[in-house]
Ligand binder design. Sequence first.
Ligand code: ATP
Ligand code: MG
Ligand code: MG
Ligand code: MG
Length: 465
Amino acid sequence: SIATVVSVFNGEHSVGSQVTVRGWVRTRRDSKAGISFLAVYDGSCFNPIQGVVPNNLNNYQDEILKLTAGCSVEMTGEVVESQGKGQTFELQVTEVKVVGWVDDPDTYPMAAKRHSIEHLRELAHLRPRTNIIGAVMRVRNCLSQAIHRFYHERGFLWASTPLITASDCEGAGEMFRVSTLDMQNLPMTDKGEVDYDKDFFGKEAFLTVSGQLNAETYACALSKVYTFGPTFRAENSNTSRHLAEFWMVEPEVAFADLDDVAGLAEDMLKYAFNAALTECREDLEFFAQRVEKTAIERLEAFVSSDFAQVDYTDAIQILKNCGKKFEFDVEWGIDMSSEHERFLAEEHFKAPVVVKNYPKDIKAFYMRLNDDGKTVAAMDVLAPGIGEIIGGAQREERLEVLDMRLEEMGLEKEDYWWYRDLRRYGTVPHSGFGLGFERLVSYVTGVSNIRDVIPFPRAPRSANF
Ligand code: ATP
Ligand code: MG
Ligand code: MG
Ligand code: MG
């Protein structure tokens, strides 16, 4: 029967049974005794399976001795217990079918040597064959499945929000325009400028920077929803934690206040990390060995820690009094930069931190105004080693306050007619947050540049195909 490598290692095929494994040769080693060892990898788990190939196979001389890294094969044999350390089972091979040769082994870019992670980025089509990207992808998959499971278990509905939208979520990020215009024949305004308002079949349209406002409309009917989808921000940044295309998880909960969703964020992160710790052990061990020594310990510390909570105003005091010189000055009213965030999580609290109640002037109009009139019920979750991974808020549910905030920020009520309707018809307190999924994968794996934790990174100067 056809078997995956992981199913053989798991003991799903009894010793003595015949199985066929299909995959790519990692290495071939020939012993003087006239047997060859083929390591075949199929991506189902971290390790390749070893095939012990006797020299009496009829294609031994002509084919097997010519196999090189990257060749694709179907290897059939009997499952036997492995003598090698670390391996559970291997195959006593009876047949090897070569499916595809590597046409020039000397120039095969993925030959068995170590490549720098930066170099691999240039080889976006071949890097999935490496240990590191394979491990990243298994962890990424595990985390996304765990997040869906987490919300499903708690009765949330997955609501997909549109990728093409007119709403800009109030400055969450720079937007990409979506256009159906004929570039040879652009419509012009009276002033002789290109009339981009006619972009999308006669209206202006962009790629979404956040699904939040749309998610709110569904939360205000179905109570608990979440989105999990791609998000786009045209930030021309070259930081290691910003992409132009990234995935966001955005739960939105009716009848919930900021503390409720802070608790939800903590539960979700711990749930996802526990899933990685139990389901991706081998991959995490690889990261601990090769990428980030503390990869496992810090996850274990995270899941057993209580999140710290601090008011923005107190956090500013902590930063001012800590005696540390930061690149960016600390003043009440600033949007903290990552050095500030990391100091709070790593050095001061030594735990994940929820910072709450930010100045209203650095936050969007829809965040709920606190009684002090100066701050809003917003939160960021800061993780040691990375800084902000979640941003969230209680939303303003009072129509008159919302209108006042729109006016204060120079926004037109008419543009938000549908958003205001949610406050006019059976308004409820509600809250939610956004988790940057790649920041999560980066945190779990210790792979520090988020270009390396998404299959095809979209960022300035990244390969585009
Ligand atoms: P930052 O301050 O790091 O730029 P932000 O405050 O602009 O983030 P939010 O609008 O709060 O981000 O978005 C919610 C979450 O999405 C962030 O906490 C972060 O994890 C993630 N995120 C934001 N921008 C990006 C990006 N360009 N690439 C990847 N993830 C991002
Ligand atoms: Mg930003
Ligand atoms: Mg921020
Ligand atoms: Mg934020």
